[in-house]
Ligand binder design. Structure first.
Ligand code: AMP
Length: 282
């Protein structure tokens, strides 16, 4: 696997691939790879595409400096995982170079609905993700880019970047959420919890599954009431819910009484200071 650390070398490498008629798949990550990241590497289109994984812990997307400082890093293990998965190139740019490459005059027009859910609680988060993903797309100019549905609001924003800034020439592939056996969505942040805390955290997913069942089967469900009870029950076992919402997966609009299509439950929560997110289609 080629390891590239400079923007110029990465641009040259991608140009040389294109000259040879190769297509490029890009998988952006912040490292500390787990099975959720690995699942982004399995798409059948890879048979003909070169796989480029980027690893960059993006300081712009952290609204909390401790969260940024404590973000887990495991570069040697990451390289082993990427090599095992036959990744062609790892792009690991330095913070100074990537941030220095973002021009003051560039436009970063966020799509609608970025000021709710995580956007409401993490000031500047989506703008930070937007800047770096747009930069990575410009450097690599991939044919396809892979993102997890776990970060659903981010996925909607990435679709917007591809449409508005890259004329839909980058195919955005949305990948399902990979979970631990107990249902907890895999996340690099899970490494900051003990086994017993991870087990407690899995009760949030279990709660989402119960809520989904109620919403699907009880025509008279009252979401406000369900929300209140769920937040209370989870708080008893040490989980602090930041938000728990039932919204349309198309445009994040609030669900009306008779809506049954494209419903999605979104949650963000804290357990022992670690912030996690999850969602499920209803
Ligand atoms: P991160 O390293 O957290 O920035 O994540 C890099 C990519 O992996 C993003 O597109 C995430 O949505 C995706 N991802 C993270 N966790 C999971 C998971 N449990 N299942 C599927 N994709 C994931």
């Amino acid at each position: 696997m080629k390891i590239i650390t400079s923007i110029k070398d990465q641009t040259d490498y991608c140009n040389s691939l294109r000259k040879k008629g190769e297509s490029i798949s890009l998988i952006p990550t912040m490292g500390n790879l787990h099975k959720g990241h690995e699942s982004l590497l399995f798409d059948p289109s890879y048979i003909k595409n070169k796989k480029i994984v980027s690893l960059f812990v993006n300081p712009l997307q952290f609204n909390n400096s401790d969260d940024y400082k404590n973000y887990p890093k495991s570069i040697d293990a990451d390289i082993e995982i990427l090599e095992k998965n036959k990744v062609d190139c790892l792009f690991m740019p330095s913070e100074d170079e990537i941030l220095g490459d973002i021009s003051e005059s560039e436009s970063f027009d966020l799509p609608e609905h970025m000021n709710i859910l995580c956007g409401k609680y993490r000031d500047g988060h989506f703008l930070g993700v937007f800047k770096i993903i747009k930069q990575l797309f410009k450097i690599v100019r991939p044919t396809a880019a892979y993102f997890g549905k776990k970060d659903y609001q981010q996925l909607i924003m990435i679709n917007h970047i591809a449409k508005e800034y890259f004329k839909n020439e980058i195919k955005i592939v949305a990948c399902d959420t990979i979970r631990e056996d107990n249902g907890l969505a895999m996340s690099s942040r899970n490494n900051r919890m003990t086994k017993s805390q991870r087990n407690i955290a899995s009760f949030v997913y279990k709660k989402l599954v119960v809520l989904r069942e109620i919403i699907k089967t009880d025509k008279n469900y009252n979401f406000k009431e369900l929300q209140k009870i769920s937040i209370k029950e989870l708080s008893i076992i040490g989980i602090k819910i930041e938000y728990l919402e039932l919204l349309s997966s198309n445009n994040f609009s609030v669900i009306q009484k008779d809506d049954t299509d494209n419903l999605m439950l979104f949650v963000a929560f804290y357990i022992s200071g670690v912030r996690l997110i999850d969602n499920i289609e209803v």
